[in-house]
Ligand binder design. Sequence first.
Ligand SMILES: Cc1cc2nc3c(=O)[nH]c(=O)nc-3n(C[C@H](O)[C@H](O)[C@H](O)COP(=O)(O)OP(=O)(O)OC[C@H]3O[C@@H](n4cnc5c(N)ncnc54)[C@H](O)[C@@H]3O)c2cc1C
Length: 380
Amino acid sequence: MNLDLTEQHLALRQLVRDFMEKEFAPVAQEFDDREEFPVDIVKRMGQLGILGIAFPEEYGGGGYDAVSYVITIEEISRVDSSMGITVEADVTLGGAPLNHYGTEEQKRIWLAPLAKGQMLGAFGLTEPEAGSDSGATRTTAVLHGDEWVINGTKCFITNSGTPMTGFVNITAVTGKRADGKKEISTILVPSGTPGFTVSKKYRKMGWRASDTRELSFADCRVPKGNLVGRQGAGLRQFLETLDEGRLGVAAMGVGLAQGALEMSLSYAKQRVQFGRPIFEYQEIQSKLVNMAINIEAGRLLCLKAALLKDRGVPYTKEAAMAKMFTSEHAVLAASEGVQIHGGLGLMDDSPISRFYRDAKFLAIGEGTTEIQKMVIARRL
Ligand SMILES: Cc1cc2nc3c(=O)[nH]c(=O)nc-3n(C[C@H](O)[C@H](O)[C@H](O)COP(=O)(O)OP(=O)(O)OC[C@H]3O[C@@H](n4cnc5c(N)ncnc54)[C@H](O)[C@@H]3O)c2cc1C
């Protein structure tokens, strides 16, 4: 397996790194404090092509591979996780279902503006009674003539209410299968459809500049043609979608830990106690060394899963391993980072405290650590 990055990968990494360091790093803390979605900055990312890298060129995307996607998400999250989850959810949760299962017309109308970075997409799977057990969906969609009539509630949905949001793909029960189980399908609901209500933003411990909302559907009608993929294939589709999502969240874990390492290393070299920079104490070096090793290991897990995806072979186990490993180690890296910063690390305006709050989300979103273990165990 060749893990060398190509010239194209390296150029992409530099582009994203430059953008994040120049355009977002100076204001990341302010957006987090204000719990404000940075719409103008996300638009600029769209103009640069960052939101479309993973989509086919024929729809206005960059046509890059999965390795490029992982590099992009890592670089964004090295500076800020709210931006990391915004891009991850847009690409893999909003766009990927259309890219893989959508009709030509759906791709032209909905995927193309996403690929060009003019619109954001969302994916509504989670419900109040269907979290880890996502097949327990209660939202229903009943065909009346040429329209689906949707009723139900979705919770914790990323990108669902930003000024750039164009649609949400939701899972809904559309009937009963021959074995008596629920038939679940994916349906695209455009923002602003009557009967589709988007609540105000949740107030969150972390990922504060990202947009997360509850959605409710009351006799919400969308055209029959908004079915994404085959009727009844929703369960399989969202499991495949989550593989890509987990790859993205895994890359977020690497990026967050990398950012935490860099700021902790820099602080350790300039903070003097007992007459020496604290970096010179073995206890501090040990923390930094462990962070660096786990980042490298997590990055390799991500790259392996991405390379398998690019080859078109199953990568469910590898994506789950990468997601579980990097999210747990991001939590640890952020915690050690705060420890190295001492009291300063506990202050709200200290970037490492933002990383600490953000890290925990990685171990819960898109399948908790416990669920990743189930996914991996089934494939051992
Ligand atoms: C900020 C944020 C953004 C999100 N964005 C989206 C989004 O865009 N779209 C979307 O659809 N969802 C989204 N989610 C939802 C997220 O995917 C769920 O929160 C997550 O899957 C866990 O579900 P839950 O919160 O209902 O927890 P639960 O499923 O209730 O789990 C509670 C605890 O029980 C454990 N548990 C559950 N079942 C088992 C089991 N069988 N064995 C062992 N332990 C178990 C879990 O691991 C966890 O520790 C988001 C969540 C957050 C917080």
